[in-house]
Design a protein around this ligand. Structure first.
Ligand code: ATP
Ligand code: MG
Length: 440
């Protein structure tokens, strides 16, 4: 992409409304724009990052055996009356009437709808296990939307729903998602700690929130430091291996970790003092086994191997992509701007032409730009006539992992400079060597 033709409205001033660094940087780099309270447009730079986050989520969901579909944002109230949640949900639910005065709602989540899909088609245990997910907008009329897309009213959620014949099989489905989540967050450069969450009336040990440690997080968390060293499940993890996945779950739940709602002071104090971690965190995912909570009122049953009808056991599994983008920024930035982990960076390389209009600089940059694109890279070419200082500041601000700096002095010797955004390390290379390094 040529910057002169891109749409990236950088703000010079720090926006006053932004209280936390990720919100400030997302506004300054023109990633998002608030359209009304807690409702955002994703501008091109932000959209590119969001797409990368979604792609990782999708790959890991698919790897674990989940299957993607797409359900609508607007739902009929009837399904929610069946489950009993229409009245329970309260003011967070945005309720709408269509022209026939039929009550509708903007979905805050999709348990009812997916249960309806399931019961309409699946009648036998032979079609289980099944895990269906989508990545779709949700609406919750949050009492305090804040921190940009971290807590918005309209937000994107990946929500998956598992269906199994019995509790034992449902726990395996839960463990699959547990392992998939560890991989998902790790691929984004984040270390998420699974923390026991409240299961309410359902009980049991099968709800976990995945929390990223950050000073600006809204949750207060307490855990053992050991999490920092635990291994992330490998790419070739066998998601059908019941014992293998249980071992991953057991390992990751073997040491203390809880949010303030579930905190057990005595258990925490039993950890040697130097190994205690008391911090703040951001909830980026939440997984839940809830048995027959929806299948019962909505009549989702399958015929079992015994010839009898069984209510299906379900779980639901959420990740917030539009919250993950600011969470990644909270975890990875410095005083000059964002530092994207390569896997979610909006561009692979930013190519800075220090003297646009200079024949030598233009020719070298065009050559680099074309070669990078031909090699399948996604470069941002700063071909504008801004001052070099402005270009450097912009490149640092938007946080693309590698910068290639091409100026008349270096090019007189056929050389450009490579700068690593994260470490600040610079090296001078010939154009050819720079290309080999970036492409090879
Ligand atoms: P929170 O406790 O932060 O309000 P929640 O427990 O209500 O979230 P879930 O119903 O568990 O949220 O939703 C699954 C995921 O969706 C959350 O882990 C989070 O990543 C994301 N999410 C939930 N609410 C919001 C929101 N208002 N804005 C952005 N992302 C959200
Ligand atoms: Mg939650």
């Amino acid at each position: 992409m040529r910057l002169s033709r891109f749409f990236m409205p950088i703000l010079k001033e720090n926006p006053k409304e932004a209280e936390i660094v990720s919100h400030r940087l997302m506004l300054r780099t023109g990633m998002v724009r608030q359209q009304s309270q807690g409702i955002y447009s994703w501008l091109p730079l932000g959209k590119k990052v969001l797409d990368k986050v979604n792609a990782i989520i999708r790959e890991e969901q698919n790897r674990s055996g989940a299957i993607e579909l797409l359900m609508p944002t607007l739902q009929s109230a009837e399904l929610w009356q069946e489950s009993g949640r229409y009245d329970d949900y309260g003011k967070e639910m945005l309720r709408i009437k269509d022209r026939q005065e039929r009550p509708m709602l903007y979905g805050p989540t999709n348990e009812e709808m997916i249960t309806d899909i399931f019961r309409s088609y699946i009648k036998s245990y032979k079609n289980l296990p099944l895990n269906l997910y989508h990545i779709q907008l949700k609406f919750r009329d949050e009492i305090r939307p804040r921190f940009g897309t971290m807590r918005s009213r309209e937000f994107l959620m990946k929500d998956a729903y598992s269906f199994d014949l019995n509790k034992e099989a449902a726990i395996h489905a839960y463990n699959r998602m547990f392992a998939a989540y560890l991989r998902t967050f790790s691929r984004m450069g984040l270390r998420a700690i699974p923390m026991r969450a409240d299961t309410g009336p359902i009980g049991g040990n099968h709800s976990h929130e995945f929390i990223i440690l950050a000073e600006t997080g809204e949750s207060e968390v307490f855990s053992h430091r050991d999490f920092v060293n635990f291994d992330i499940p490998a790419e070739d993890t066998d998601f059908d291996d019941v014992a293998g996945l249980q071992a991953i779950f057991d390992k990751w739940t073997s040491v203390y970790a809880a949010t303030s709602e579930m905190h057990d002071e005595a258990a925490f104090n039993a950890i040697p003092e130097g190994e205690r971690l008391s911090a703040r965190g951001i909830e980026v995912g939440h997984i839940f086994y809830f048995g027959t909570k929806y299948s019962e009122p909505m009549g989702a049953k399958v015929q079992g191997p015994d010839g009898k009808e069984h209510l299906v056991h379900m779980g639901s599994y959420g990740i917030g992509p539009t919250r993950l983008v600011p969470a990644i920024i909270e975890a990875s930035h410095d005083e000059n701007g964002i530092i994207w982990p390569a896997a979610v960076a909006p561009f692979d390389v930013v190519l800075i032409n220090m003297k646009a209009g200079d024949a030598v600089c233009d020719a070298a940059c065009e050559r680099l730009y074309t070669a990078l694109r031909n090699a399948g890279k996604d470069p941002l070419y700063d071909d504008t006539d801004d001052r070099a200082g402005t270009k450097f500041a912009t490149a640092d601000l938007i946080g693309v992992p590698v910068q290639v700096i091409a100026g008349p002095r270096g090019l007189a010797n056929g050389e450009v400079e490579l700068k690593d955004r994260k470490t600040g390390a610079r090296e001078t290379l010939t154009v050819e060597a720079a290309l080999n390094k970036l492409v090879g």
